[in-house]
Design a protein around this ligand. Structure first.
Ligand code: NAP
Length: 294
């Protein structure tokens, strides 16, 4: 694609998703329900503080009652679990998010397992993971759902297309592969032991990179016209944020590509808000009030 790729603007798309969420919140308010989100931040990791602040602001803007609980890095596992249990029992809280990673010494898996599955707006509880695998009702993880929403809102269908996912984490790679499969894509998942990554990437109609290595995906690997979603967030040598894809040469060949920042990051937050409203409506038996999906 010598004319260059279409830029998939995650910021603008997320804004549209958030406007839809705000409209749902207004309709729920007419029925006497305000969705509530509790965000739990343990310790003082600077990146986590920024993420939590952004989530808090976006949720308030959409009309969600958001409460951020800041706990000391020395908080014990038992205290953290009882905090989560208290939120599970609070009827004003419909969504619970524990910001990860947790300080060392805390067991994140156990914390996530303790969140009530219907309030698990990050979609990481084993029950929600099982629902994703089974194609059953549940809450889907935000970053993977954000990838699919971005494609949907730009009119890209996945059916019959070859989706190559680089990365197999529980947070991004595996769930986004399952969501693409649910859309009838043919899916290949790559990881650190994949042989000849460039060759596999070169066969992708849609590439989803979720590795965490700056510019691992080289521009010349990209199939001309491919759609490229770059989930990676890395610090470049100059301190600026860069993705997993070497953006400029990839954009020369791709049909469409997400920037970093301003691509999947904002979509992730928008999907968190969407999950919170969905969780609230389900808990109150008011899902018919929400705008139809899609
Ligand atoms: P992760 O848990 O570290 O997983 C990274 C995956 O990449 C692993 O499956 C690993 O393979 C694979 N990998 C590592 N080196 C590789 C290589 N040389 N070739 C091929 N695959 C390789 O990371 P994550 O949590 O999925 O996050 C991935 C990236 O997305 C990070 O940059 C993170 O900051 C970003 N992220 C962004 C958002 C957002 O909102 N935009 C949200 C979440 C994460 P193995 O399994 O074989 O080790």
């Amino acid at each position: 694609m010598t004319e260059g790729a279409r830029l998939l603007d995650g910021k603008a798309t997320a804004q549209a998703v958030r406007a839809g969420v705000a409209a749902d919140v207004a309709r729920l308010a007419e029925r006497g329900l305000q969705p509530g989100l509790a965000v739990v931040l343990v310790g003082d990791d600077p990146a986590s503080q920024v993420y939590v602040r952004n989530k808090d602001r976006a949720a308030s803007e959409a009309g969600i009652a958001v409460r951020t609980l800041k706990l000391a890095a020395e908080t014990s596992q038992a205290d953290l679990l009882s905090e989560v249990e208290r939120l599970n029992a609070d009827p004003a809280v419909h969504g619970i998010l524990v910001q990860l990673p947790l300080p060392s010494g805390l067991d994140a898996d156990e914390v996530v397992r303790t969140i009530a599955p219907e309030k698990d707006v990050d979609g990481l509880h084993p029950r929600n993971v099982a629902a994703l695998v089974q194609g059953a009702r549940g809450l889907r993880p935000c970053t993977p759902a954000g990838c699919i929403e971005l494609l949907d809102r730009h009119g890209y269908e996945l059916e019959g297309r070859h989706v190559v996912v680089v990365g197999r984490s529980m947070l991004v790679g595996k769930p986004v592969a399952l969501l693409a499969l649910e859309r009838n894509a043919t899916v290949t998942v790559c990881h650190s032991r994949t042989r000849d990554l460039g060759k596999v990437v070169g066969d992708a109609d849609v590439l989803i990179a979720a590795v965490g290595r700056a510019r691992l995906i080289r521009g010349e690997w990209i199939r001309p016209g491919a759609i490229v979603l770059d989930v990676g967030i890395n610090r470049g040598e100059d301190g600026k944020l860069v993705g997993d894809v070497d953006f400029a040469p990839a954009a020369e060949r791709a049909g469409a590509i997400t920037p970093v920042p301003g691509g999947i990051g904002p979509m992730t937050i928008a999907m968190l808000l969407k999950n919170t409203v969905l969780a609230a409506a389900r808990q109150a038996g008011l899902t018919e009030v929400l705008a139809p999906a899609g």
